[in-house]
Ligand binder design. Structure first.
Ligand code: C2E
Ligand code: MG
Ligand code: MG
Length: 910
């Protein structure tokens, strides 16, 4: 089951959400910038290099969240990391793409550089990483976390500051802080501890994260846009106001002096001077901003200068000013507003209004030409009165009256210091060229001078966006947890019903299945399939090989599965196939069972091994007398055990006698104890003959248990039972002692006959087995070389090396060793090579198959050849016909045993 490490999962969510936020934020700001170029001058928020860096950073990490295993994604991610590095470099050297100045400190770009480097292809997938890369990555994770923390601190700082820290625009500054947080967290999640890959997130949470983050950011950009539009509109308004007020004030002022000139032109010649004097006094007294009035004759001589009482003469300045001189020299003497050069040196500007005065001529006097009235005005005083009723706003407007000379709306010249401040810090809202009264195309700009209000709004907006991202993070985490819980729930459910190794149904679910059909269709057939000698494979070749075999077998069996059937792994090497609707077709079932046996018998190739196996299959059909589903399984199990007793590799259908036998085994257990005590056991002897002359050379001692009625219980029934109950040890000791005694007797009768004794593996593996043998030999006077011990491969259960040592020791004393029932268990001749044995006894099931199965013939042939090449003698068990005897003799077999030569009989009858 996929165990979810919650820490890793949280990191994966952090990685996904932060990378998505970074990517979309960069993309949206970039898109906004392209689609809304009119606002560019306005927002000065973050440079395009920074935007590209955001996109590249976010994209690079984001790609690592998806399809990590795809090479193309990894490469794309690395390429984006390279783009991020380029963007950083671009930002450091001054952005190539920016037409506005965001004023981001170079340190900000530098802060992102190490993290961008850590994402490039020099740092490949986790497995291939070298030590130093690993260290760098880990260091970077720490750095990223530090940067994120630092960015949080900076973000908080903005709440208390009146103007932005990291960029010209408050929003820009905040975006940088948030980028620091997001990128820091994203890189930290990617690199933390430098190794473990993060779990893949479910598509539902990834999709939700993308959509929700996108919406949050669109909302953020929307808020920004509205605010900026408002600001721009306000800037527009300010400019318009400036233009209107300037025009109005220009017009009234100009009109004022034009009217004066008009009046002077109309005054009759004789009262002329007096009336003019009155006018001059009135104007100078009542018009605040009027500093001086000069009348210049057509030949450019100053006729008079009149001053406000407090002012000193402008005569020299005016009459030496190139602007004024130029204006006086013009052909076309109309009303005009002049900005004299001398006025630019002062703090506040002076404006000169030039009005032509064409005096009424005296009769008969030649027209002397047009006089010019020059009114010197104080711009600040003039505008101040006009600005009294303008908006209360943080926006300052300036007009560039002369190239390089900016005048604020109150008529003050803007000092270079202020201008630098404006360009560096204030936000340019709008520029336009306006026509003022008598002056065309004056560039006018509106600046947001005080940023605290904007800072406050930006803080609020950013908090909303960051809050939104945080919320998405929490929701994604919750969704992800939910999804994993659901998946785990499904997995748990699956696991509760299926076998972990093979994926087949497990015991409880197959029982449930049987139960269902048992009552519904009442037509259930159970095939109980058990591998022969499977434990040996596990013990000798290792559990992993055993597991691999079981998996292969499960696959093969699944392919064999007919319609309307289920397959389950019942226990370690036991499989159950359940059919329904097959009770009336026993032939089909038995041919299916045969097919299963053939399938099982196909070699298993695992690693360098080629393994052969057989299975015993028990079949039970549902009949009226089966009361419970469990009983049906029990019957199939019983039949399977019977099949094993018939020498493995066998199919057995259940019949009633088996149940009776089962009943008797229970009673047998207690009876066996009595039998040992009451000497009800006997040994019978079966001859073993040499192949070339068919002379008996040995006898095998076989245990017999005679019932009161004279019948025998076969050892294949009570020996496994005794092995199970532990009674086998006293039993085996009894057999050995009796065999030794009989061997002495036999030797007295016929010297050449040796004796073989079957030894249970359980007995053999007892610690004092060798001592027991030697002791008994000594006691009975039996010589070691009269005896052969028959052991099965199961002696290897407790470790080959141990068995080999014992066998060597026994052989050293003169006993010989035969490997009994060869071919039924786990049989690999190459494996036998290491065992110190003398004879291999080929199991009688192979001999029985000689006539019909070519495979058995081939097998016997090769076993004989290989065994002899290893210097083992070969004995064929179960020879029942002369043909079989001839066959094995022809193949070069050494010894034979079987009913053909004699059944097991008491020693006296030999
Ligand atoms: P095994 O050691 O392979 O003994 C040979 C078995 O094959 C004997 O069965 C024998 O009666 C039977 N047999 C011999 N020739 C033929 C033949 O031509 N055709 C057929 N169909 N069968 C033949 P038995 O006596 O029933 O013994 C069965 C198994 O019980 C033995 O197989 C041996 O593994 C075990 N066993 C018998 N006696 C002892 C004993 O004293 N101690 C131990 N530990 N196991 C014993
Ligand atoms: Mg034997
Ligand atoms: Mg045998």
């Amino acid at each position: 089951m996929k165990i979810i490490n919650t820490d890793l999962q949280a990191r994966a969510v952090l990685q996904l959400v932060t990378a998505t936020a970074l990517f979309f934020a960069g993309l949206l700001i970039f898109g906004y910038r392209l689609l809304e170029p009119t606002q560019q001058l306005l927002y000065h928020s973050i440079s395009s290099s920074f935007q590209v860096m955001m996109i590249a950073f976010g994209g690079s990490v984001l790609l690592r969240c998806y399809r990590r295993e795809r090479k193309s994604y990894r490469w794309l991610s690395s390429a984006l990391a390279c783009v991020a590095i380029l963007a950083v470099v671009d930002g450091l050297i001054g952005s190539l793409f920016d037409r506005f100045d965001a004023q981001i400190p170079t340190l900000v770009y530098l802060a992102f550089l190490p993290m961008a480097i850590s994402l490039v292809p020099v740092f490949p997938g986790t497995e291939q990483r070298k030590q130093w890369q690993q260290e760098f990555i880990k260091l970077n994770a720490a750095y990223a976390l530090g940067l994120a923390a630092f960015s949080v601190a900076f973000l908080m700082l903005h709440l208390f500051l009146k103007s932005p820290l990291l960029a010209k625009h408050p929003t820009g500054s905040l975006v940088i802080c948030v980028t620091g947080i997001l990128a820091g967290v994203a890189v930290y999640s990617t690199h933390y501890r430098g190794r473990r890959p993060l779990p893949r997130l479910s598509s539902s949470s990834s999709n939700f994260a993308s959509l929700a983050i996108f919406l949050v950011l669109v909302f953020g950009v929307g808020m920004f846009h509205t605010e900026m539009s408002d600001l721009k509109a306000e800037g527009d308004r300010s400019i318009k106001q400036l233009r209107d007020s300037r025009a109005a004030i220009g017009e009234t002022t100009v009109k004022l002096f034009e009217r004066l000139a008009e009046r002077w032109q109309l005054y009759p010649y004789n009262v002329h001077s007096r009336l003019m004097e009155v006018d001059l006094n009135a104007y100078l007294q009542h018009i605040d901003f009027l500093e001086a009035l000069l009348l210049v004759s057509p030949d450019e001589q100053v006729v008079f200068e009149r001053l406000k009482p407090s002012r000193s003469s402008y005569l020299e300045e005016v009459m030496s000013d190139p602007v004024v001189l130029n204006a006086l020299a013009e052909e076309d003497q109309t009303t005009d507003i002049l900005l004299p050069l001398f006025a630019t040196e002062d703090l506040s500007a002076k404006i000169i209004v030039r009005v032509p005065v064409d005096f009424v001529e005296e009769e008969g006097v030649e027209d002397s030409g047009v006089y010019r009235l020059l009114a010197v005005l104080d711009a600040r005083a003039m505008l101040d009165s006009a600005m009294m009723n303008t908006l209360d706003t943080d926006i300052e407007t300036y007009d560039e009256v002369l190239p390089g000379m900016w005048m604020d709306r109150s008529g003050f010249w803007v000092s270079p210091v202020t201008r630098n401040y404006l360009e560096d810090t204030a936000i340019l809202l709008d520029t336009s060229n306006v026509n003022l009264y008598h002056t065309q195309d004056v560039p006018v700009m509106a600046y947001l001078y005080q940023l605290d209000n904007l800072q406050e709004t930006s803080n609020l907006q950013m908090l909303i966006v960051v809050g939104g991202i945080g919320l998405v993070l929490l929701v994604v985490l919750a969704v992800e947890r939910n999804v994993t819980l659901e998946v785990q729930g499904k997995q748990l459910f699956y696991q509760a019903r299926h076998d972990g190794l093979t994926g087949l149904m497990n015991r409880s679910s197959i029982e449930e299945y049987i139960g269902k059909h048992f009552h519904e269709s009442q037509d259930v057939t159970v095939l109980f399939i058990d591998l022969d000698g499977f434990t040996l494979i596990n013990d000798s070749l290792g559990l992993h090989i055993g597991d691999a075999i079981l998996m292969q077998l499960a696959e093969r069996l699944q392919e064999q599965q007919p319609r309307r059937s289920e397959l389950a792994r019942f226990a370690s090497d036991e499989f159950i196939m359940v059919l329904h609707g097959a009770v009336n077709f026993p032939d089909r079932v038995s041919s299916l069972a045969q097919e299963i046996m053939t399938t099982v018998a196909q070699p298993y190739r695992i690693e360098e091994h080629k393994i052969y196996l057989t299975a015993s299959v028990g079949v039970a059909h549902q009949t009226g007398d089966v009361r419970t589903p469990l009983e049906l399984i029990q019957r199939a199990d019983m039949a399977m055990h019977q099949a094993k007793r018939y020498g493995y590799n066998h199919v057995q259908e259940y019949d009633k006698s088996m149940a009776q036998r089962l009943l008797s085994t229970t009673s047998m257990r207690s009876n066996l104890q009595e039998a040992i005590e009451n000497n009800e056991l006997q040994l019978h002897y079966q001859p073993i003959v040499r192949c070339n002359d068919q002379r008996a050379v040995q006898v095998e001692a076989l245990l017999r248990w005679q019932q009161e009625d004279g019948s025998y219980i076969p050892p294949s029934e009570f020996i496994p039972l005794a092995e199970m109950t532990g009674q086998i040890v006293p039993l085996s000791e009894w057999v050995f002692r009796r065999a030794c005694e009989d061997a002495v007797r036999l030797q007295q009768r016929e010297r050449s006959l040796r004796m073989s004794v079957n030894v249970s593996a359980l007995h053999f593996n007892r610690a004092n087995f060798v001592d027991f043998v030697l002791h008994t030999l000594a006691e009975t006077g039996c010589r070691a070389n009269w005896l052969e011990l028959e052991l099965t491969e199961s002696i290897l259960l407790e470790g080959t090396q141990y068995a080999i040592q014992r066998l060597d020791e026994l052989r050293k004393h003169g006993l010989t060793i035969a490997l009994d029932d060869f071919g039924t268990g786990f049989s690999s001749l190459s494996y036998l090579k290491r065992l110190p044995i003398d004879t291999v006894k080929i199991d009688r099931s192979f001999i029985a198959g000689i006539r019909h199965h070519k495979s058995d013939r081939v097998l016997i042939d090769s076993v004989i050849k290989i065994a002899q090449s290893l210097d083992f003698a070969v004995l064929a068990e179960g020879i029942e016909t002369p043909q079989q005897a001839e066959f094995v003799t022809d193949l070069g077999c050494n010894y034979m045993q079987g009913y053909y030569f004699g059944r097991p009989i008491p020693l006296e009858n030999l």
